[in-house]
Design a protein around this ligand. Structure first.
Ligand SMILES: *Cc1c(COP(=O)(O)O)cnc(C)c1O
Length: 418
C-alpha cells in the first residue's frame, strides 16, 4: 500500500510528464472505429463526437482481407471445428493439427525449411535472437529496424552493432570488423515501416555469402504483396530460399487479426521451439486466427489479383500526389509518406483531412526521427480509384490552406520550424 504522500508523488510525477507530452504536441489520442476494418469506416473523433464515415488511408490492410467474407467464414468454421481457446502454451497441450498445418503452409509460401508460430511478430522478434545467439555471436542491424527487433536484440547476449540505413559499404565494413565471431547476423526489415523503402536484399545476400554471415529479415510490411506472387522482399530481389531467418505478422496484410512467425532454416526453427521464451511461456495462437490465416493463404496463392490492384493503386496515388506537388518520399511499397517535417503541422494537417473525410495519422518523434514528421498514407487493394480521387481533392484543399504545395523541405521548415 502506498502512503498518501507517496500516492501524491507518483500521481504528480506522471501528471507532469503527461502534461509535458501534451505541451509538446506529442499526445496520442485513440480514435474509436464503429465498424469493421475497411476502405471506408465510421470513426468517432474526437471522443464523444458522432461517428463519421471517412476514407481510410492508414490501415495495414494492404490486401483488403481484414473483413473479407471468405476469411470470416473460414474463421467461423475454425471456431466450430476446433473451439475458441486452448488454455495452454503450445508444448503442454496447446498444439492442434491446424497449428502445424499453418506452419507447413507458411513454409511453402515463404520458401523456407520450417516455421514456428507466435502470438505476434513482436513476440517472434522478442524470442528469436535470445533463443539462437549468444556471446560468441554478433548481430549487425540496420539503424532503422522495427522497435520489436531492437527489444529482441536487447534480450540476447550476443554483441550488437549497427550499420547506417541501407548503407552496404558500411555493412561490409562491419562484417569484416567482426570476422572473429562465431556467427555474424545481418538484421533488417524487408520494408521499413516509416519510409516504405525496401532493404537491398540482393546486395545483403551477396555480402552474407561473401562473409559467410546469416541473414535475418522481418517482412511484416511485405508478406502477401511484395514480389510478383506476394512472397515478400526475398521474392522481389530474387533471393527466395536464401534468407536464414524471416519473421512476419498475420496482423497486417494476412487478414490483420494477430499472430506472427519465425520461418527459416530447419535447425534454427527447431531451436526456437526449444528455447524461445514467448513460445514457451505464452498462450498458443487462437484456432480461429489459424483458420482465418489458412484461408488468406488460399486466397493469395490462387490469384495475384489483389497484390496487382494494390500495386496499381499505389502507382496512381503516387502520381496524384506528385501532380499536386506534395513532398513525397520516393519508393515502391504501398507506404507513401507525405513529408511535413514539423510535428504540429503533421497533426494539424491530419486533423483537417479528417474534417474533409480522409482518415490519416501524423507521425512524429519518437516514432520517426525529430524533424521528420509526416503523414504516412497506406494503400489497400480495397481502395477504388474514386476513393483516391476523393482523397487527393481533400489533400489539395488542406495543402493549400497550409501553403505547402510545391514547397521544398527548407521552405516548409522556414515557415513552421522543426
Ligand atoms: C507491425 C510490425 C511488427 C509487429 O507485428 P505484430 O504481429 O503486430 O506484433 C513487427 N515488425 C515489423 C517490421 C512490423 O511492421
Amino acid at each position: 500500500m502506498l502512503t498518501e504522500t507517496k500516492t501524491q508523488t507518483f500521481r504528480q510525477v506522471y501528471q507532469e510528464e503527461i502534461a509535458g507530452i501534451r505541451a509538446a504536441g506529442l499526445y496520442k489520442e485513440e480514435r474509436f472505429i464503429h465498424a469493421a476494418q475497411g476502405a471506408e469506416i465510421e470513426v468517432e473523433f474526437p471522443q464523444g463526437a458522432a461517428p463519421r464515415r471517412v476514407l481510410n488511408l492508414c490501415a495495414n490492410n494492404y490486401l483488403g482481407l481484414s473483413s473479407h467474407p471468405e476469411v470470416l467464414a473460414a474463421a467461423h468454421a475454425g471456431l466450430d471445428y476446433r473451439g475458441y481457446g486452448m488454455s495452454s502454451v503450445r508444448f503442454i497441450c496447446g498444439t492442434q493439427d491446424i497449428h502445424r498445418e499453418l506452419e507447413r503452409r507458411l513454409t511453402g509460401f515463404l520458401g523456407t525449411e520450417d516455421t514456428i508460430l507466435f502470438s505476434s511478430c513482436l513476440d517472434a522478434n522478442g524470442g528469436v535472437f535470445e533463443a539462437l545467439f549468444n556471446e560468441k555471436d554478433v548481430l549487425i542491424a540496420d539503424r532503422l529496424v522495427h522497435a520489436s527487433i531492437v527489444d529482441g536484440m536487447r534480450l540476447c547476449k550476443a554483441m550488437q552493432d549497427t550499420y547506417k540505413h541501407s548503407d552496404m559499404t558500411h555493412l561490409a565494413e562491419k562484417l569484416a570488423e567482426h570476422a572473429d565471431k562465431r556467427f555474424r547476423v545481418i538484421v533488417t526489415d524487408g520494408v521499413f515501416s516509416m519510409d516504405g523503402d525496401l532493404a537491398r536484399l540482393d546486395a545483403i545476400v551477396a555480402l552474407a555469402e561473401k562473409h559467410d554471415a546469416l541473414v535475418f529479415v522481418d517482412d511484416s510490411h511485405a508478406t502477401g504483396f511484395i514480389g510478383r506472387t506476394g512472397r515478400g522482399t526475398p521474392e522481389h530481389f530474387g533471393v527466395l530460399g536464401k534468407i536464414d531467418l524471416i519473421t512476419t505478422t498475420f496482423g497486417k496484410a494476412l487478414g490483420g487479426a494477430s499472430g506472427g512467425c519465425v520461418s527459416g532454416r530447419r535447425e534454427l526453427v527447431e531451436m526456437c521451439r526449444q528455447r524461445a521464451r514467448p513460445y514457451l511461456f505464452s498462450n498458443t495462437l487462437a484456432s480461429v486466427i489459424v483458420s482465418g490465416t489458412l484461408k488468406v493463404l488460399d486466397i493469395i496463392s490462387e490469384t495475384t489479383e489483389r497484390r496487382d490492384r494494390l500495386e496499381s493503386n499505389t502507382r496512381y496515388w503516387r502520381q496524384l500526389l506528385a501532380e499536386a506537388r506534395f513532398d513525397v518520399k520516393p519508393g515502391e511499397s504501398p507506404i507513401v509518406p507525405v513529408m511535413l517535417y514539423n510535428a504540429k503541422l503533421a497533426q494539424d494537417v491530419a486533423r483537417d483531412l479528417f474534417a474533409e473525410g480522409v482518415y490519416v495519422v501524423g507521425f512524429f518523434f519518437p516514432v520517426v526521427a525529430k524533424g521528420q514528421a509526416r503523414i504516412r498514407t497506406q494503400l489497400s487493394a480495397a481502395h477504388e480509384r474514386a476513393h483516391l480521387e476523393r482523397a487527393i481533392d481533400a489533400f489539395v484543399k488542406v495543402g493549400k490552406k497550409y501553403g505547402i504545395l510545391g514547397k521544398t523541405k527548407n521552405e516548409i521548415v522556414e515557415r513552421y520550424g522543426l
